[in-house]
Design a protein. Structure first.
Length: 135
C-alpha cells in the first residue's frame, strides 16, 4: 500500500490504477517513504515482456513533467534500462509529459535497444474511469 494512501485513504496511487490493468505485477518502492516504481509482465504476441514503470505525480495549474525540473525521472529510466530483464520502460504521470523529456527518454531507450511507453494525464483519465468500474 502506498504511504500517501495511508494518509489520504480517499486517493488512489497512479501505480495502483495501472497495476489494476496488468497481471503479475507489483508496486515497488524507491525508498521506505516513496512508492514510484512498479514492474509487471505481459504477454504480447506469445512472448513475455517485462515492464519497468516510473510514476511521477505533478501538481499546479499546469502540471507538466519536464527534463529540467524532473531530471531524476531520467535517472530512474536509466536504472530500468540497465536492468537486463527489462524490455519496456513505462513513464506514468498525472500531468503532461513535456516533448523535450519524451525525446530524451526515447533517444535513451533506442540506444539500449528497448521500448518506452508514456501514460500521461489523458491516458490516466481513461484508466481511472475503467479503474472505478473495476472496483
Amino acid at each position: 500500500e502506498c504511504n500517501y494512501m495511508k494518509k489520504n485513504p480517499d486517493d488512489i496511487c497512479m501505480q495502483k490504477i495501472v497495476m489494476k490493468h496488468a497481471t503479475g505485477g507489483q508496486v515497488r518502492p524507491h525508498s521506505p517513504t516513496e512508492y514510484g516504481d512498479f514492474t509487471f509482465e505481459s504477454t504480447i504476441k506469445r512472448s513475455h515482456v517485462k515492464y519497468y514503470g516510473v510514476a511521477k505525480g505533478v501538481t499546479g495549474r499546469n502540471p507538466t513533467l519536464t527534463h529540467s525540473k524532473d531530471e531524476h525521472v531520467i535517472g530512474q529510466v536509466l536504472k530500468g534500462l540497465n536492468t537486463g530483464t527489462v524490455q519496456n520502460i513505462m513513464v506514468v504521470s498525472n500531468g503532461t509529459i513535456d516533448f523535450s523529456l519524451r525525446d530524451i527518454l526515447i533517444d535513451l531507450t533506442n540506444k539500449f535497444g528497448k521500448k518506452i511507453t508514456f501514460i500521461d494525464r489523458e491516458d490516466m483519465a481513461r484508466l481511472m474511469l475503467s479503474y472505478d468500474n473495476m472496483r
